[in-house]
Ligand binder design. Structure first.
Ligand SMILES: Cc1cc2nc3c(=O)[nH]c(=O)nc-3n(C[C@H](O)[C@H](O)[C@H](O)COP(=O)(O)OP(=O)(O)OC[C@H]3O[C@@H](n4cnc5c(N)ncnc54)[C@H](O)[C@@H]3O)c2cc1C
Length: 252
Protein backbone atom coordinates (compact mmCIF):
# COMPACT_ATOMS: atom_id res chain seq x y z
CA UNK A 1 0.00 0.00 0.00
CA UNK A 2 1.27 3.50 -0.82
CA UNK A 3 2.38 5.63 2.12
CA UNK A 4 -0.19 8.32 2.94
CA UNK A 5 0.48 11.74 1.39
CA UNK A 6 3.07 10.32 -1.04
CA UNK A 7 2.13 10.75 -4.71
CA UNK A 8 1.51 7.41 -6.42
CA UNK A 9 3.18 7.98 -9.76
CA UNK A 10 3.79 5.34 -12.42
CA UNK A 11 7.35 4.82 -13.74
CA UNK A 12 8.13 6.26 -17.18
CA UNK A 13 8.21 3.86 -20.16
CA UNK A 14 8.80 4.20 -23.89
CA UNK A 15 5.78 3.87 -26.18
CA UNK A 16 5.10 4.07 -29.93
CA UNK A 17 2.06 6.26 -30.60
CA UNK A 18 0.18 7.28 -33.74
CA UNK A 19 -0.93 10.87 -34.36
CA UNK A 20 -4.72 10.67 -34.63
CA UNK A 21 -5.55 14.38 -34.82
CA UNK A 22 -3.73 17.71 -35.30
CA UNK A 23 -5.54 21.00 -34.71
CA UNK A 24 -4.34 24.55 -35.34
CA UNK A 25 -5.21 26.22 -32.00
CA UNK A 26 -3.79 29.70 -32.74
CA UNK A 27 -1.49 31.12 -35.43
CA UNK A 28 1.60 29.45 -33.87
CA UNK A 29 0.16 26.70 -31.64
CA UNK A 30 -1.07 23.23 -32.54
CA UNK A 31 -2.60 20.44 -30.47
CA UNK A 32 -1.51 16.88 -31.18
CA UNK A 33 -3.65 13.91 -30.21
CA UNK A 34 -1.94 10.54 -30.03
CA UNK A 35 -3.37 7.03 -29.83
CA UNK A 36 -3.60 5.98 -26.16
CA UNK A 37 -0.39 4.10 -25.31
CA UNK A 38 -1.06 0.64 -23.90
CA UNK A 39 -0.60 0.49 -20.13
CA UNK A 40 0.09 4.25 -19.87
CA UNK A 41 -1.12 5.79 -16.62
CA UNK A 42 -0.67 9.44 -15.74
CA UNK A 43 -1.86 12.20 -13.45
CA UNK A 44 -3.17 15.58 -14.62
CA UNK A 45 -0.17 17.91 -14.79
CA UNK A 46 2.42 15.35 -15.91
CA UNK A 47 4.45 15.55 -19.11
CA UNK A 48 5.88 13.28 -21.80
CA UNK A 49 9.08 13.47 -23.84
CA UNK A 50 8.73 13.17 -27.61
CA UNK A 51 11.65 11.83 -29.65
CA UNK A 52 12.13 13.69 -32.92
CA UNK A 53 14.51 12.96 -35.79
CA UNK A 54 16.05 16.23 -36.96
CA UNK A 55 18.94 17.35 -39.11
CA UNK A 56 21.22 19.83 -37.40
CA UNK A 57 24.24 21.30 -39.21
CA UNK A 58 23.72 18.67 -41.89
CA UNK A 59 23.88 15.81 -39.37
CA UNK A 60 20.79 13.65 -38.73
CA UNK A 61 20.13 13.05 -35.04
CA UNK A 62 17.46 12.24 -32.49
CA UNK A 63 16.40 14.89 -29.99
CA UNK A 64 13.88 14.78 -27.14
CA UNK A 65 11.54 17.56 -26.09
CA UNK A 66 9.24 17.72 -23.05
CA UNK A 67 5.53 18.47 -23.50
CA UNK A 68 2.87 18.61 -20.80
CA UNK A 69 -0.24 16.55 -21.35
CA UNK A 70 -3.39 18.62 -21.90
CA UNK A 71 -5.66 15.59 -21.98
CA UNK A 72 -7.13 14.21 -18.77
CA UNK A 73 -6.71 10.60 -17.63
CA UNK A 74 -10.51 10.34 -17.91
CA UNK A 75 -10.12 10.60 -21.71
CA UNK A 76 -9.32 6.98 -22.46
CA UNK A 77 -9.05 7.06 -26.26
CA UNK A 78 -6.14 9.46 -26.66
CA UNK A 79 -3.49 11.56 -25.00
CA UNK A 80 -2.96 15.15 -26.11
CA UNK A 81 -0.38 17.87 -25.90
CA UNK A 82 -0.39 21.46 -27.15
CA UNK A 83 2.78 22.82 -28.73
CA UNK A 84 3.95 26.32 -29.55
CA UNK A 85 6.15 26.69 -32.62
CA UNK A 86 9.59 27.76 -31.42
CA UNK A 87 12.84 26.13 -32.53
CA UNK A 88 14.28 22.86 -33.80
CA UNK A 89 12.05 20.32 -32.02
CA UNK A 90 8.68 22.04 -32.32
CA UNK A 91 9.34 22.86 -36.00
CA UNK A 92 10.01 19.16 -36.64
CA UNK A 93 6.89 18.14 -34.73
CA UNK A 94 4.82 20.59 -36.81
CA UNK A 95 5.96 18.70 -39.95
CA UNK A 96 4.25 15.57 -38.65
CA UNK A 97 0.71 14.74 -39.70
CA UNK A 98 -2.20 12.49 -38.80
CA UNK A 99 -1.16 8.85 -39.24
CA UNK A 100 2.54 9.41 -38.43
CA UNK A 101 4.10 7.32 -35.68
CA UNK A 102 6.30 8.81 -32.96
CA UNK A 103 8.14 7.54 -29.91
CA UNK A 104 7.25 9.04 -26.54
CA UNK A 105 8.46 8.35 -23.02
CA UNK A 106 6.64 9.14 -19.83
CA UNK A 107 4.85 10.06 -17.78
CA UNK A 108 7.15 12.43 -15.90
CA UNK A 109 6.78 15.18 -13.33
CA UNK A 110 5.69 15.98 -9.80
CA UNK A 111 3.51 18.96 -10.80
CA UNK A 112 0.36 16.90 -10.49
CA UNK A 113 -3.19 17.21 -9.40
CA UNK A 114 -4.23 14.25 -7.26
CA UNK A 115 -7.57 14.75 -5.63
CA UNK A 116 -6.76 12.88 -2.45
CA UNK A 117 -3.37 14.46 -1.91
CA UNK A 118 -2.86 17.83 -3.52
CA UNK A 119 -5.81 19.54 -1.97
CA UNK A 120 -4.48 18.92 1.50
CA UNK A 121 -2.04 21.50 2.85
CA UNK A 122 -0.85 21.28 6.45
CA UNK A 123 -3.62 18.75 7.10
CA UNK A 124 -6.33 21.16 5.94
CA UNK A 125 -8.61 20.36 3.00
CA UNK A 126 -8.63 23.08 0.37
CA UNK A 127 -11.65 22.90 -1.88
CA UNK A 128 -10.85 25.64 -4.36
CA UNK A 129 -8.30 24.81 -7.07
CA UNK A 130 -6.96 28.04 -8.59
CA UNK A 131 -5.02 27.75 -11.84
CA UNK A 132 -2.95 30.71 -13.00
CA UNK A 133 -1.70 30.24 -16.55
CA UNK A 134 -0.13 32.20 -19.38
CA UNK A 135 0.14 31.35 -23.08
CA UNK A 136 1.20 27.80 -23.87
CA UNK A 137 1.44 27.21 -20.10
CA UNK A 138 -2.26 26.29 -20.34
CA UNK A 139 -1.42 22.67 -21.25
CA UNK A 140 -1.22 21.22 -17.72
CA UNK A 141 -4.00 23.42 -16.24
CA UNK A 142 -6.26 22.31 -19.11
CA UNK A 143 -5.65 18.69 -18.12
CA UNK A 144 -6.56 19.55 -14.50
CA UNK A 145 -9.76 21.39 -15.52
CA UNK A 146 -10.84 18.55 -17.83
CA UNK A 147 -10.11 16.00 -15.11
CA UNK A 148 -11.98 17.77 -12.28
CA UNK A 149 -15.04 18.43 -14.44
CA UNK A 150 -15.06 15.00 -16.14
CA UNK A 151 -14.75 13.28 -12.75
CA UNK A 152 -17.45 15.53 -11.23
CA UNK A 153 -15.24 16.17 -8.19
CA UNK A 154 -16.81 18.26 -5.45
CA UNK A 155 -14.25 21.05 -5.88
CA UNK A 156 -14.42 24.62 -7.09
CA UNK A 157 -11.97 25.34 -9.91
CA UNK A 158 -11.00 28.77 -11.20
CA UNK A 159 -8.74 29.42 -14.18
CA UNK A 160 -7.16 32.82 -14.66
CA UNK A 161 -5.54 32.76 -18.10
CA UNK A 162 -3.38 35.53 -19.52
CA UNK A 163 -2.55 35.97 -23.21
CA UNK A 164 -1.27 38.70 -25.49
CA UNK A 165 -4.53 39.07 -27.44
CA UNK A 166 -7.85 37.26 -27.76
CA UNK A 167 -6.49 35.48 -30.85
CA UNK A 168 -3.76 33.82 -28.75
CA UNK A 169 -6.14 32.07 -26.35
CA UNK A 170 -5.65 28.33 -26.69
CA UNK A 171 -8.76 26.13 -26.31
CA UNK A 172 -10.91 29.26 -25.86
CA UNK A 173 -14.15 27.76 -27.20
CA UNK A 174 -13.87 24.65 -25.01
CA UNK A 175 -12.99 26.67 -21.89
CA UNK A 176 -15.92 29.06 -22.43
CA UNK A 177 -18.27 26.13 -23.01
CA UNK A 178 -17.08 24.35 -19.86
CA UNK A 179 -17.50 27.55 -17.80
CA UNK A 180 -21.07 27.91 -19.11
CA UNK A 181 -21.90 24.26 -18.39
CA UNK A 182 -20.33 23.84 -14.93
CA UNK A 183 -21.28 26.00 -11.94
CA UNK A 184 -18.08 24.96 -10.13
CA UNK A 185 -15.78 26.24 -12.93
CA UNK A 186 -14.99 29.95 -13.28
CA UNK A 187 -12.93 31.30 -16.18
CA UNK A 188 -11.17 34.67 -16.21
CA UNK A 189 -9.42 35.63 -19.45
CA UNK A 190 -7.14 38.65 -19.58
CA UNK A 191 -5.09 40.06 -22.45
CA UNK A 192 -1.92 42.11 -22.13
CA UNK A 193 -2.09 43.78 -25.59
CA UNK A 194 -5.74 44.85 -25.99
CA UNK A 195 -4.65 47.61 -28.38
CA UNK A 196 -3.72 44.89 -30.91
CA UNK A 197 -7.17 43.27 -30.71
CA UNK A 198 -10.11 45.61 -31.39
CA UNK A 199 -12.52 42.65 -30.97
CA UNK A 200 -11.49 42.15 -27.33
CA UNK A 201 -13.99 43.42 -24.77
CA UNK A 202 -12.90 41.43 -21.72
CA UNK A 203 -10.36 41.97 -18.95
CA UNK A 204 -7.02 43.48 -19.85
CA UNK A 205 -3.69 43.89 -18.12
CA UNK A 206 -1.09 41.58 -16.63
CA UNK A 207 -2.04 39.07 -14.00
CA UNK A 208 -1.46 40.69 -10.62
CA UNK A 209 -2.70 40.61 -7.05
CA UNK A 210 -5.65 42.90 -7.81
CA UNK A 211 -6.92 40.68 -10.63
CA UNK A 212 -6.39 37.46 -8.67
CA UNK A 213 -8.12 38.82 -5.55
CA UNK A 214 -11.05 40.12 -7.64
CA UNK A 215 -11.52 36.62 -9.05
CA UNK A 216 -10.75 34.56 -5.96
CA UNK A 217 -12.56 35.84 -2.86
CA UNK A 218 -11.59 32.88 -0.67
CA UNK A 219 -7.81 33.13 -1.22
CA UNK A 220 -7.00 31.21 1.98
CA UNK A 221 -9.10 28.23 0.79
CA UNK A 222 -7.42 28.05 -2.59
CA UNK A 223 -4.76 25.66 -3.73
CA UNK A 224 -2.79 27.57 -6.36
CA UNK A 225 -1.09 26.19 -9.46
CA UNK A 226 1.05 28.57 -11.48
CA UNK A 227 2.04 27.53 -14.98
CA UNK A 228 3.66 29.38 -17.85
CA UNK A 229 6.92 30.69 -19.30
CA UNK A 230 9.77 31.40 -16.84
CA UNK A 231 9.22 35.18 -16.87
CA UNK A 232 5.54 34.67 -15.97
CA UNK A 233 6.01 32.26 -13.06
CA UNK A 234 8.79 34.42 -11.60
CA UNK A 235 6.66 37.57 -11.43
CA UNK A 236 6.67 38.99 -7.93
CA UNK A 237 3.11 40.39 -8.06
CA UNK A 238 1.88 36.81 -8.05
CA UNK A 239 4.43 35.09 -5.84
CA UNK A 240 4.13 37.61 -3.01
CA UNK A 241 0.36 37.51 -2.56
CA UNK A 242 -0.38 37.02 1.12
CA UNK A 243 -2.61 34.18 2.37
CA UNK A 244 -2.02 31.86 -0.60
CA UNK A 245 -2.24 28.48 1.09
CA UNK A 246 -0.48 26.20 -1.33
CA UNK A 247 1.44 26.98 -4.46
CA UNK A 248 2.68 24.56 -7.13
CA UNK A 249 4.75 26.04 -9.90
CA UNK A 250 5.61 24.67 -13.33
CA UNK A 251 7.61 26.38 -16.05
CA UNK A 252 6.64 25.55 -19.63
C1 LIG B 1 8.27 20.03 -18.15
C2 LIG B 1 8.12 20.79 -19.45
C3 LIG B 1 6.90 20.85 -20.07
C4 LIG B 1 6.76 21.55 -21.26
N1 LIG B 1 5.54 21.61 -21.83
C5 LIG B 1 5.39 22.28 -22.99
C6 LIG B 1 4.10 22.35 -23.62
O1 LIG B 1 3.12 21.78 -23.14
N2 LIG B 1 4.00 23.03 -24.78
C7 LIG B 1 5.09 23.67 -25.37
O2 LIG B 1 4.93 24.28 -26.43
N3 LIG B 1 6.32 23.61 -24.78
C8 LIG B 1 6.49 22.93 -23.64
N4 LIG B 1 7.74 22.84 -23.07
C9 LIG B 1 8.90 23.42 -23.80
C10 LIG B 1 9.44 22.38 -24.81
O3 LIG B 1 10.00 21.28 -24.13
C11 LIG B 1 10.55 22.94 -25.71
O4 LIG B 1 11.56 23.51 -24.92
C12 LIG B 1 10.01 23.96 -26.70
O5 LIG B 1 9.09 23.32 -27.59
C13 LIG B 1 11.17 24.55 -27.52
O6 LIG B 1 11.86 23.52 -28.12
P1 LIG B 1 12.35 23.65 -29.63
O7 LIG B 1 13.20 22.48 -29.94
O8 LIG B 1 11.22 23.95 -30.53
O9 LIG B 1 13.22 24.97 -29.55
P2 LIG B 1 14.79 25.04 -29.37
O10 LIG B 1 15.46 24.80 -30.67
O11 LIG B 1 15.20 24.19 -28.22
O12 LIG B 1 14.89 26.56 -29.03
C14 LIG B 1 14.43 27.10 -27.77
C15 LIG B 1 14.42 28.63 -27.86
O13 LIG B 1 15.59 29.15 -28.38
C16 LIG B 1 15.33 29.91 -29.54
N5 LIG B 1 16.38 29.63 -30.52
C17 LIG B 1 16.51 28.49 -31.21
N6 LIG B 1 17.57 28.56 -32.01
C18 LIG B 1 18.11 29.80 -31.81
C19 LIG B 1 19.22 30.48 -32.33
N7 LIG B 1 20.03 29.92 -33.22
N8 LIG B 1 19.47 31.72 -31.87
C20 LIG B 1 18.68 32.30 -30.96
N9 LIG B 1 17.62 31.72 -30.44
C21 LIG B 1 17.33 30.49 -30.84
C22 LIG B 1 14.01 29.47 -30.05
O14 LIG B 1 13.36 30.50 -30.77
C23 LIG B 1 13.35 29.16 -28.81
O15 LIG B 1 12.85 30.36 -28.22
C24 LIG B 1 7.89 22.18 -21.86
C25 LIG B 1 9.14 22.10 -21.24
C26 LIG B 1 9.26 21.42 -20.04
C27 LIG B 1 10.61 21.38 -19.38
Amino acid sequence: MAAPNKPTLTPAKTHKVKIIEVNQETHNVRSFRFSYPQGFEYKPGQFIMITLNVVQDGIPKLIKRSYSLSSAPTQEKHIETIVKLMGLGSKRLFEHMKGDELEITGPYGMFTFQENLSNEVHGRKLNHIVLLAAGSGITAPLSIVRYILDSRLALKVSLIFSNKTGHDIIARKELERLAAEHDNFSLYLTVTRPEEDPDWHGLSGRMDEKLIKAAVHDIADGLFYLCGPAEFVARKPILTIKDMSGLKIAIS
